[in-house]
Design a binder for this molecule. Structure first.
Ligand code: SF4
Length: 68
């Protein structure tokens, strides 16, 4: 499973990702954060990645059975 990760130093706080997919991203202290649950498949993450002006969203592979 691909999980989005935000580089908080590069994030410019534009809120685009949180507006496009509030199930995954939320804003706090003018930075985007990733919610800790498996709703990632419900959003077009490729479209959000392309829309991020800072290009600070990346993806990491996490095994599906990694949750406790
Ligand atoms: S779209 Fe990119 S720059 Fe804008 S809030 Fe989200 S992660 Fe930050």
């Amino acid at each position: 499973m691909k999980v989005p990760v935000v580089d908080y130093i590069e994030c410019v706080g534009c809120e685009t990702c949180a507006i496009m997919c509030p199930e995954v991203f939320y804003m706090s202290h003018d930075k985007a954060w990733v919610r800790d649950h498996a709703a990632y498949e419900n959003c077009d993450l490729r479209r959000i990645w392309r829309s991020c002006p800072a290009r600070c969203i990346t993806f990491v592979d996490v095994p599906d059975d990694s949750c406790p």
